[in-house]
Design a protein around this ligand. Structure first.
Ligand code: F6R
Length: 368
């Protein structure tokens, strides 16, 4: 059932064009500039009355929440807080009836997320669950749920669940923006048009695999990795580092580029590979991230830059480049995640690790 792949994770990485197409199917109303979720039950008045969104999640799903914050704040102009579910539960959180609380979970069963979600509901918030598993606990506990439609994810390290969460959050941001009147029909149409191109873009970016394998071979014995990204690319850096840790057992950290000089720069020496997410957008502070590349190089660190395919400037600065198709600032996280998944996969595979069943990890964390 691995369809010719050695591991489920590899198969699931390659399934992403199809998974994302399934997430989008039937939900984009291009001519109306609107989004349709068949479960949707919120009236415009209610959506307009929301004063805040709180996103609750763990692990990879928390990373998609951080990217979702950028989407919802930018399109629906609602303040969004992204909380680690395990912290939220135990800290007397501020929850009001005017808050929309969103749980993001592949399994829909993660104990910490479910516990935090129930607490938010008890305190009177309106609750929305974004899950991949139909009929899971969170979909049953919520006032409203939206499925990510990625299909079953078997590999313990989450891949297609993450990118389909990103796309679902994008759809949700468009929906909220339309209902709140912060997004015009034309602007929504533009966002939806971009979304229709994502499956094809993922197909294109998967072609970077041979290049990623070369990078994996060169750095498979590194002891540490640093991942840097700014704005919507920051959660991608966090996710790249988490994937590598989980399955290769190499220590890795994800950082917002601007934080580098506040500490992690001390780690950089000629043994340190630094993956820099540098698609060309003002929103991801392209010029500043180029500055980060120069800072790493000046200290002998090895830069692996993920860049737009037509970017000659970053190309000339980095030791290795991985080219991705140019995408809008809010979609670049979806596209740029793919090479990082492949990097983690190939490093782990070259090290002979059990990729689908990494040590100490469970697919669904149903204990606290
Ligand atoms: C990462 C991973 C975990 C999960 C986390 C939340 O690859 O698999 O970090 O993302 O345990 O799981 P869900 O999304 O099922 O709530």
């Amino acid at each position: 059932e691995k369809g010719g792949y050695k591991h489920f994770m590899h198969k699931e990485i390659w399934e992403q064009p199809r998974a994302i197409a399934d997430t989008l199917r039937g939900r984009m109303l291009l001519s109306e500039g609107d989004v349709h979720f068949d479960t949707w039950n919120l009236a415009a008045e209610q959506v307009k009355s929301f004063t805040k969104v709180t996103i609750l999640a763990c692990g990879t799903s928390w990373h998609s929440g951080v990217a979702g914050k950028h989407m919802i704040e930018s399109l629906a102009r609602l303040p969004v807080e992204v909380e680690l579910a395990s912290e939220f539960r135990y800290r007397d959180p501020i929850v009001e009836k005017s808050h929309l609380v969103i749980a993001i979970s592949q399994s829909g069963e993660t104990a910490d997320t479910l516990g935090a979600f129930k607490e938010a509901k008890r305190l009177g918030a309106h609750t929305l669950a974004i899950c991949n598993v139909i009929g899971s606990a969170m979909t049953r506990e919520s006032d409203l749920h939206i499925l990510t439609n990625a299909g079953p994810e078997i590999g313990v390290a989450s891949t297609k669940a993450f990118t389909t969460q990103l796309v679902t959050l994008y759809l949700l941001a468009v929906k909220l923006g339309r209902m709140r009147g912060t997004l015009s029909v034309e602007a929504a149409q533009e966002h939806l048009t971009q979304l229709t191109q994502v499956p094809k873009m993922i197909e294109d970016v998967l072609k970077c695999e041979p290049q990623v394998k070369r990078v994996a071979r060169e750095f498979m014995n590194a002891q540490d990795f640093l991942f840097l990204g700014r704005g919507p690319m920051h959660p991608v850096a966090l996710e790249g580092a988490l994937k590598l840790k989980e399955i290769s057992y190499i220590h890795a950290e994800g950082y917002a580029g601007g934080e580098m000089k506040h500490g992690p720069i001390a780690l950089i020496d000629e043994k340190m590979p630094v993956v820099v997410l540098a698609p060309k957008h003002p929103h991801v502070a392209y010029e500043k991230i180029i500055g980060n590349i120069e800072e790493v190089r000046a200290r002998g660190g090895k830069v692996i830059a993920v860049i737009d395919e037509d970017d000659a400037q970053a190309d000339s600065l980095a030791d290795h480049v991985i080219r991705i198709p140019a995408a809008s600032a809010l979609l670049a996280p979806v596209v740029a995640t793919i090479p990082l998944q492949l990097l983690a996969y190939h490093v782990a595979e070259m090290r002979g690790n059990d990729v689908d069943q990494p040590r100490n990890l469970a697919k669904s964390v149903t204990v606290e």
